[in-house]
Design a protein around this ligand. Structure first.
Ligand SMILES: [Zn+2]
Length: 216
């Protein structure tokens, strides 16, 4: 069985610990012996019952590592965004200690594990916070709604994936538009809330899409 912290999947094997990270285009499938393999199969693990676990990744951004212990994967990672023991108060404390743009802080897996580039843009639009606003300049009240929004958006995304089993965790880069998110990743596309043309800019090396009217 796999455990998960943030975007890292972890499985304890008889010898060692297997870590899988899907990157942006990786996905897993469990196949019966007669099933056809994924087109871009990068890894196949044969299970005791003859089924096999396959990793499909067209862009080769996924990561597979075998280590001796779980801490190698999780030791430097912040709490999982959906950990029920991780409270809004703890979120506010961790985030407001940072002077970087909020978008970069949300992507920093050492602060909080599990929020990726697309989800960060999505939650910032919903709460109306500009991606370039300094984290320590955001009020506690807005950070609390940001935390609640992160939990809600990630739970929706997991529910979407669970209710679409045939898609086997459809990758984001290939299918960047589906019910998991509202914000179109295209400069000039209409804001889903006010129809103002969206803008984009690089923050910490990643492209942020945002609405100049809704986000401050
Ligand atoms: Zn807007």
């Amino acid at each position: 069985a796999f455990g998960r912290q943030g975007k890292q999947l972890i499985a304890k094997l008889d010898t060692g610990v297997l870590g899988l990270h899907m990157g942006m285009t990786g996905r897993l499938g469990v196949m019966a012996p007669e099933d056809e393999s994924f087109r871009y199969r990068r890894l196949a693990l044969y299970l005791d019952d003859e089924r096999r676990l396959e990793l499909d990744d067209v862009r080769r951004w996924a990561m597979v590592r075998l280590e001796n212990d779980v801490e190698t994967f999780t030791g430097r990672m912040g709490p999982d965004a959906l950990d029920p023991d991780f409270t809004s108060a703890q979120f506010i404390e961790r985030v407001s200690a940072k002077r970087s743009p909020i978008k970069s802080v949300l992507l920093d897996q050492k602060v909080l594990a599990g929020v990726g580039n697309i989800y960060a843009d999505e939650v910032l639009l919903i709460v109306g916070v500009s991606p370039s606003r300094r984290a320590d300049k955001i009020s506690a009240g807005r950070l609390e709604s940001l935390h609640n929004t992160i939990v809600g958006v990630l739970e929706n995304a997991l529910a979407f994936i669970e209710s679409h089993p045939d898609d086997q965790g459809r990758p984001y880069v290939i299918d960047a538009q589906d019910d998991r998110m509202q914000i179109p990743r295209k400069t000039g596309a209409p804001c889903p809330q006010c129809e103002t043309a969206l803008k984009s800019k690089k923050i910490g090396g990643r492209t942020a899409y945002y609405c100049p009217s809704c986000q401050h």
